[in-house]
Design a protein around this ligand. Structure first.
Ligand SMILES: C[S@@+](CC[C@H](N)C(=O)[O-])C[C@H]1O[C@@H](n2cnc3c(N)ncnc32)[C@H](O)[C@@H]1O
Length: 391
């Protein structure tokens, strides 16, 4: 592909990413992979260049732009070498007209800005994310495993965590092949640790997805006890099985829930759990470093639906706890509505619960829980709280 053709390819992909964000379709990474599957003539350098153009353009624009071309022209207005590629060549983009301004630059969409928790450092929300590993104690000891990663640094307060530079090729390393490490953001590791799961407990990961946190809970439990991974999406739970095999966490049970009718499948677990983790579906405003197009996906109506669903999940989670058990509520979101206010509203709706302080080497107290941000903690953005059932 010529350099100009790569820019045109990025414009086409940006159009697809925008439409997918508007319609709740697949993520940018999936669309990029599909695009190149259908264009076998593109070599690895073409793919890398197109991908870089796409993500540079997505990162630069807060609000969903008018078109892929507007997003790319905005970027080209700041980069003369890119503007020169708008040359009208056979597979390249048409020249930029004098009056063509391009999409404006920004970090946070205007309507989301006032909803973010006050301490959040806005400018750091789109920064580069390192690769954090969690050593799986079911298969290896952190000090031994760390020897395989000379570039790794330890993270204060997380004895199982190793931090590698952005883009480190972890999947080619032996510990990854042997199931000794999982790629997991330090914030997710902290939330899993805050569950204080231990051998012999009954633990329910109620929104388990593909089981990132379930695997951390399994390691904390030393493979002993009852660990249930529940979710409403079969394909997500299915991805947990091979991961659990690789991690040597074969005692995990999966439970598929029927959206809107979850209580039926959970009936036999009522009052039995020592720990319930609700890692709730959320706006993902804390994960823009990895999914910058998520900013284009969210709408006020979607946020309303998410907030209502979070409250509903908390309400059917609460009866699962045994007296003295801990309910950990977490979102990878930085809006107060989904974090601080959601926890407060739960406490107002339910008697017999107290808030437990979380002692951690990172994060800041915010309302009844802890706020983690890319700017302050170098993690994805999260809000989480630990609630104890007293009665
Ligand atoms: C933030 S993701 C979970 C990520 C996962 N815990 C991890 O660490 O990788 C939220 C999950 O909640 C699930 N979910 C949505 N509605 C649910 C419901 N009513 N009951 C249980 N899970 C639900 C979604 O399918 C999604 O997998």
């Amino acid at each position: 592909m010529t350099p100009s053709a790569r820019v045109q390819a990025a414009i086409e992909l940006l159009d697809a990413i925008m439409a997918s964000a508007r319609d709740g379709g697949p993520a940018a990474d999936t669309l990029i992979a599909r695009y190149f599957k259908e264009r076998r003539y593109a070599g690895s350098r073409d793919r890398r260049a197109v991908r870089d153009h796409v993500y540079d353009a997505v990162r630069r624009v807060a609000e969903r732009p008018e078109s892929g071309r507007a997003a790319m022209v905005g970027l080209a207005r700041e980069r003369a070498e890119l503007a020169a590629l708008f040359d009208g060549s056979a597979h390249g983009p048409a020249p930029i007209a004098h009056s063509e301004a391009g999409a404006p630059a920004g970090v946070v969409p205007g309507w989301i800005e006032p909803l973010l928790a006050a301490p959040v450092e806005r400018d750091a929300l789109l920064g580069r994310a390192p690769v954090d590993l969690r050593v799986n104690r079911l298969k290896g000891a952190p000090d031994r495993v760390a020897q395989h990663y000379p570039d790794a640094v330890r993270i204060a307060g997380l004895p199982d965590a190793l931090r590698l530079p952005e883009g480190a090729p972890v999947e080619q390393s032996d510990p990854w092949k042997w199931g000794q490490v999982e790629v997991q953001d330090a914030g997710s590791q902290l939330i899993s640790a805050a569950c204080a799961a231990a051998p012999g407990m009954t633990v329910i990961d109620l929104c388990a997805g593909a089981g990132g946190k379930t695997l951390a809970l399994a390691a904390a439990m030393g493979g002993k006890g009852v660990l249930i991974a529940a979710d409403t999406i079969r394909s997500r739970l299915a991805r947990l099985d091979p991961r659990a095999d690789r991690a040597g966490a074969t005692f995990i049970e999966t439970l598929l829930l029927d959206q809107g009718h979850e209580a039926g499948a959970l009936e036999s677990l009522k009052g039995r759990a020592d720990v319930v983790l609700v890692d709730a579906p959320c706006s993902g405003t804390g994960t823009w470093r990895r999914n910058p197009e998520a900013r284009w996906r969210l709408t006020p109506a979607r946020l309303d639906r998410l907030a209502a669903e979070q409250a509903r999940i908390l309400d059917f989670a609460a009866p699962l706890l045994a007296p003295g058990g801990a309910l950990i509520y977490a979102v990878c979101a930085l809006t107060d509505r989904e974090g601080r206010d959601q926890v407060r509203a739960f406490l107002e709706r339910h008697d017999g619960w107290t808030v437990e302080r979380i002692e951690a080497a990172m994060g800041r107290a915010h309302g009844d829980g802890l706020l983690l941000t890319p700017g302050h903690d170098g993690t994805d953005g999260f809000y989480f709280a630990r609630l104890r059932r007293t009665a």
